[in-house]
Design a protein around this ligand. Structure first.
Ligand code: NAD
Length: 551
């Protein structure tokens, strides 16, 4: 059966309430804008919305028929059953891709996946929170701006950023680079991905050769003209060639799917078709070839670093894979979270999002206005909203992201819920956030690398986070694990709330969002970050500042 991927618009309900309908529309949305919806793949190589089509169809059927006091249980993308709870309990709880410690290895994941026993939900695929490239665009933009402030007198005019990967998330890079007013060259193996980013308005132009690319970069740098350029090719070939040519970019990073040596990264010397075949016939060889290429790729990144480029890992585990491939100093490249974003996370300022369930872009515009009016002194957010409303195209249901923190998220969501109630907005709004958020993720190679107190690998925090949301009446709560090779590298928690205008929704939003960011600040305060300790004081968060007894 050929499937159509569409999201229901307007105010017509197919479910028994807006909470269920909202979650159903979010599921439809992640597929409508996903990278390979026929295979239920949303982003990041294997990030799936459901385990298989029968699972998907049963989830849809359940959302359409369940009562408000039912809770649907999803295990690695497969609906297991429904239990009777109460109207304040989550409608959906899910755990995706959590494997027991000693078993959490890539090879075992692939084996279980083949048997149909598990699936990886990424961060926002399995729990239906993905909003397209916009989901990471402000984060990428903020990183570029922090680099501008720290190294380039506050702006990136005439500066050259080199990166790779134009997939679901990496596709945000060209637009984030252009918004930061830089010249950004993006290398991508798959022609179709380049075409998609051009069509979506995330990429300005495509060039046919490296010479043409470097000439275009030089011209745009000379004219101090922001520009994003796509070049089809393999980063493991092209990064070393650029370095050998003596062209040293100001900033270098990468967002290929290096976390996955089989279904993500494309090794040099292989066409997409050859890799597709190897996935079926010889995954061991493919893993070896990918590791070899990543080693070359990262060695070139280290070469750029030695030559003066600002180089950072943008959360795709490329350093870990390179280290496994023999690049001993791969971790000389810093991770973006520690290098640029930790002061924000210490105050639980992170990637908060909202999605207009009616599909009316006017609703997002009204919420933009509300933010500019309510948070005039928050420069990060007001600057972003002005840029985003002018330059960031919507994909699927209209959505917005803004890095808001403790108290501000709740204030915004409650105000929006009132706008829904008063009919100012044309329909309910979903609130969610990335899992890469203060209290919601333990990932020792990304989110929690080099924590001040050494608590990098402690996964209690995201588990507590999910329990906090269940105790705080959230509509959907998810616990995910995975990272490199989909296992063993991280644990995280996700949450979604539907602002349907009711007073029950207002209560849910107040509890869940306030407690989410409270926990985020507590996590960083507990690790001894001064910004978090200050936030505890300023915002009256009830954190017990107990010293850790050493045994
Ligand atoms: P994706 O699978 O949709 O896209 C990856 C792209 O990389 C594909 O288009 C692929 O063709 C391309 N590619 C693979 N190998 C290549 C090579 N050698 N040379 C050139 N291009 C190559 O993945 P995505 O959703 O864009 O995510 C990319 C990575 O970023 C993942 O590892 C993901 O886990 C990570 N990620 C980081 C953050 C963050 O917050 N920093 C957020 C989301 C995802």
């Amino acid at each position: 059966m050929k499937r159509e991927f569409q999201v229901q618009s307007g105010r017509n309900l197919r479910c028994k309430g807006w909470r269920q309908e909202g979650l159903l529309r979010l599921l439809e949305n992640v597929l409508a804008i996903g990278e390979d919806p026929d295979n239920l793949i949303v982003y990041a190589a294997l990030g799936r919305a459901a385990r298989d089509w029968p699972s998907h169809d049963k989830i849809v059927e359940t959302l359409m028929t369940m009562e408000e006091d039912d809770t649907l249980i999803v295990q690695s993308g497969k609906p297991i059953g429904c239990i009777k709870t109460h109207v304040d309990a989550p409608l959906v709880i899910m755990a995706n891709c959590n494997m027991v410690g000693q078993w959490a290895k890539a090879e075992y994941f692939y084996e279980l996946e083949k048997k149909g026993l598990i699936c990886w939900g990424g961060l926002t695929a399995g729990d239906w929170q993905y909003i397209g490239s916009q989901g990471v665009i402000q984060g990428t933009y903020e990183i570029f701006m922090r680099i501008a402030e720290r190294y380039f007198d506050g702006n990136l005019h005439g500066r050259f950023i080199l990166t790779a990967g134009l997939g679901g998330m990496g596709g945000a890079q060209p637009l984030a680079g252009r918004l930061a007013e830089a010249v950004i060259l993006c290398i991508e193996m798959d022609e179709k991905r380049i075409e998609r980013r051009l069509a979506d308005g995330y990429l300005d132009r495509q060039v046919a050769s490296l010479d043409e690319a470097l000439a275009a970069v030089r011209a745009a740098q000379g004219a101090k003209q922001p520009l994003s350029i796509g070049l089809c090719g393999n980063a493991a070939d092209l990064y070393p060639q650029i370095l050998a040519a003596g062209v040293i970019p100001d900033v270098v990073t990468d967002q290929t799917s290096a976390h996955d040596l089989v279904y993500g990264y494309i090794p040099a010397g292989y066409s997409l078709a050859e890799v597709k075949e190897l996935r079926k016939t010889d995954t061991k060889r493919l893993m070896e070839e990918s590791t070899r290429s990543i080693a070359r790729h990262v060695t070139a990144m280290l070469g750029f670093q030695k030559a003066g480029s600002i180089v950072f890992d943008n959360g795709n585990l490329i350093r870990t894979q390179a280290k496994n491939g023999g690049v001993a100093d791969a971790f000389s490249i810093p991770i973006f979270t520690e290098a640029f974003l930790r002061p924000l996370f210490s105050r639980a300022i992170g990637p908060f999002r909202w999605i207009a369930l009616s599909n009316d872009t006017g609703d997002i515009a009204k919420i933009d206005d509300l933010i500019l009016e309510r948070f005039p002194d928050n420069k990060i957010v007001t600057n972003w909203i002005r840029l985003a409303r002018q330059h960031v195209p919507f994909q699927g249901l209209p959505a917005r992201i803004a890095w808001l923190g403790h108290g501000d998220r709740t204030e915004l969501a409650v105000a929006v819920n009132r706008m829904v109630r008063e009919g100012v907005l044309s329909g309910p709004v979903a609130f969610t956030r990335d899992h890469l958020d203060a209290g919601a993720m333990a990932h020792p190679n990304i989110m929690t690398e080099n924590m001040r107190d050494g608590s990098d690998a402690i996964a209690d925090w995201p588990l507590i986070n999910a329990m906090v949301h269940c105790a705080s009446k959230a509509d959907l709560v998810a616990i995910h694990s995975g990272g490199g090779g989909y296992s063993g590298y991280m644990t995280s928690a996700g949450v979604t709330l539907i602002a349907d205008g009711t007073s029950a929704a207002e209560n849910r939003l107040m509890l869940s969002l306030t407690n989410d960011t409270s926990l985020g600040v507590m996590r960083y305060a507990d690790a001894g970050y001064p910004d978090a300790l200050d936030e505890v004081e300023r915002k009256g968060i009830r954190h017990f500042q107990l010293a850790n007894a050493k045994n």
